[in-house]
Design a protein around this ligand. Structure first.
Ligand SMILES: [Cu+2]
Length: 187
């Protein structure tokens, strides 16, 4: 019998317990970082998400000629201190929060957009009652894959061709649901 036939115990239940504590702790710390910075992870849309967002879709409506007046609108992306609430111009409950825009068919709404927050944002107008797709061509400022960084801004236009309720939104996935949405009522 050589010495190699002996059973060699390389670990003990105590050591396994210690290992499981380290593994579990790592998972918990990772989860805390992941969920605390959840908004950061979704600021960049994946290629698959772009297809889902309809970035390369056909125009949602034919191009409409301006027959009415110019309506200049200034919209600033803002965030609550904890980043859980997103809005335009003012937080919910404050005057000027997500202002409703009233227009007539053929008016030209001119958007002056500024990212006044710390996260990434992008702008567009849609008829969709939820989600971030169906954007009208020409209404976009930046895009989820190439968003406005803090301090950046831009301009876009929207000439509604039909009466109805439209929505101006942050097109970064999830931001509309967190409050970055306002209404355009067209008569
Ligand atoms: Cu946003």
């Amino acid at each position: 019998m050589s010495e190699h036939d002996e059973t060699i115990w390389r670990t003990s239940s105590g050591r396994v317990g210690k290992m499981m504590t380290i593994l579990g702790g790592t998972v918990i710390i990772g989860a805390v970082i992941f969920f605390a910075l959840g908004d950061y992870w979704i600021s960049e849309i994946s290629p698959a998400g772009e297809i889902f967002a309809g970035v390369s879709d056909q125009p949602a409506a034919p191009v409409v000629e301006q027959t009415g007046e110019d309506i200049p609108i200034t919209l600033d992306f803002i965030e609550s201190a904890d980043f859980r609430t997103l809005a335009f111009n003012a937080l919910p409950g404050d005057p000027g929060n997500n202002p409703t825009i009233n227009a007539k068919v053929g008016d030209r709404i001119i958007f002056n957009i500024l990212n006044d927050g710390k996260s990434f944002h992008a702008f567009g107008v849609t008829l969709d009652e939820e989600g971030f797709g169906g954007l009208f061509p020409g209404t976009e400022v930046a895009s989820p894959s190439n968003p406005l960084k803090p301090g950046e801004g831009g301009n876009s236009e929207f000439i509604p061709g039909e009466p109805g309720t439209y929505y101006y939104i942050c097109t970064v996935p999830g931001h509309r649901e967190m409050g970055m949405v306002g209404t355009i009522i067209v008569e």
